[in-house]
Design a protein around this ligand. Structure first.
Ligand code: ZN
Length: 156
């Protein structure tokens, strides 16, 4: 069974973060990202004319001006680019401490995605991370991140 097949098995079984903000998933520029996420697929918008990754996703290429783009699969492997641990609670849905991570995709460094980890786990800039999936109350599924097991993280 490939990693992609394993992801199919887990669709619909992801943890639900009740009370957390949910993305607008029918936006013209980002709908393809959310449609893929619902199937536990990580994708990036790529210009069909010049190959530039368009992140944040947008209709028009910032490099060549083309409106011809597609959603291309990404592996879900990344490296920790930055993080901060929040210790001052500002909303009841976000108990502290929690850690906000910024992860750079291993196979597309033009894409950095934000996630959160419960608590204040030991982290090191550049450590390997992998994508996990979380549902929101409105039925959308969002990517999140976890450290790879070899670096002290839990399996997703
Ligand atoms: Zn282009």
């Amino acid at each position: 069974m490939s990693a992609a097949d394993a992801a199919d098995v887990a669709v619909g079984a992801e943890p639900v973060r009740v009370g957390w903000p949910a993305p607008v998933s029918d936006d013209h520029d980002s709908a393809g990202f959310w449609e893929a996420a619902a199937r536990h697929r990580l994708v990036a918008r790529v210009c069909a004319a010049c190959g530039t990754t368009l992140h944040l996703p947008r209709a028009r290429c910032v490099r060549c001006g083309s409106f011809d783009g597609s959603w291309e699969p990404r592996s879900g492997a990344g490296r920790l680019y930055s993080y901060t641990t929040v210790t001052h609670q500002v909303h009841p849905a976000f108990p502290v401490p929690y850690t906000v991570v910024l992860v750079e995709l291993a196979d597309d460094p033009a894409v950095r995605l934000v996630g959160t980890l419960d608590g204040a786990p030991p982290l090191t800039i550049g450590m390997p991370m992998h994508v996990t999936w979380e549902a929101r109350g409105n039925g959308t599924v969002v990517p999140n991140w976890a450290p790879d097991e070899a670096h002290g993280g839990a399996s997703a």
